[in-house]
Design a protein around this ligand. Structure first.
Ligand SMILES: O=C(O)CCC(=O)C(=O)O
Ligand SMILES: [Fe+2]
Length: 221
């Protein structure tokens, strides 16, 4: 598949690294036992990581069932199972740092990695909760590294009521925890205001033989 992604020009070139977690992680409690953590700028010099992943990951397109037909999943994907080597050493370091930081939290450790490439503002993820938690009443965590274009990350409670829209940017970390995958939905909405490609790396715990990714997407109203 030919893949055209602009080389990143976010002004953070150099050897990618990690800025550390600790007190820099800010928690927001949500309703129904869900929470999110934010650590802006967790990946330093993230340009080179973006370029390395855009160029070296075996991205592929998938199709999904939607009612009686199959439709193209509007983003490119790659998945790394437990024990498979990740496509950049910084991702392994990030996962280790996350597992150390969240060692006492329910739902770890992080073992699998799913990668998404949003080529432009037409690529998206519809409202969903990750499958890893849908089948389990236990709390879990999903940690997401974001690289490239800033995209809104939308969250809303299944029980109704106000949601939130976070601006997640180049090098930022977002962790969804507690009941978030069961009681809240999240989405990366399509946007006409997107300046280029975005890559996300989702670390998840193991759940059965499952890679724990997206559930069936809900068609947009
Ligand atoms: O790209 C993202 O930040 C979210 C992706 C996601 O929700 C998923 O793959 O389950
Ligand atoms: Fe998700």
């Amino acid at each position: 598949m030919s893949l055209v992604v602009q080389p990143s020009l976010f002004g953070t070139s150099g050897q990618p690294g990690l800025a550390g977690l600790g007190d820099a992680v800010e928690r927001r409690e949500l309703s129904d036992g869900a929470w999110i953590d934010l650590r802006p700028g967790f990946i330093t010099a993230a340009d080179d990581l973006f370029d390395a992943l855009a160029g070296s990951v075996p991205w592929h397109e998938e199709r999904m069932r939607m009612y009686d037909s199959t439709v193209r999943v509007p983003r490119l994907l790659a998945r790394y199972r437990q024990g498979e080597s990740l496509p950049h050493p910084v991702l392994g370091e990030a996962r280790s740092a996350l597992n150390a930081h969240y060692a006492d939290e329910a739902g770890g450790p992080f073992v699998t990695a799913g990668l998404c490439l949003y080529r432009d503002g037409n690529d998206s993820v519809a409202w969903h909760g990750d499958r890893i938690a849908r089948e389990s009443p236990a709390d879990t965590m999903v940690a997401i590294l974001s690289l490239g274009a800033v995209r809104p990350f939308a969250l809303r409670p299944k029980s109704g009521g106000p949601g939130l829209r976070l601006q997640i940017g180049h090098g930022d970390l977002l962790v969804m925890g507690g009941s978030c995958q069961r009681t809240w939905l999240h989405a990366i909405p399509k946007t006409a205001r997107c300046l280029g490609a975005r890559i996300s790396v989702q670390f998840r715990p193991q759940w059965g033989n499952d890679l724990g990714g997206r559930t069936a997407e809900v068609p947009r109203a």
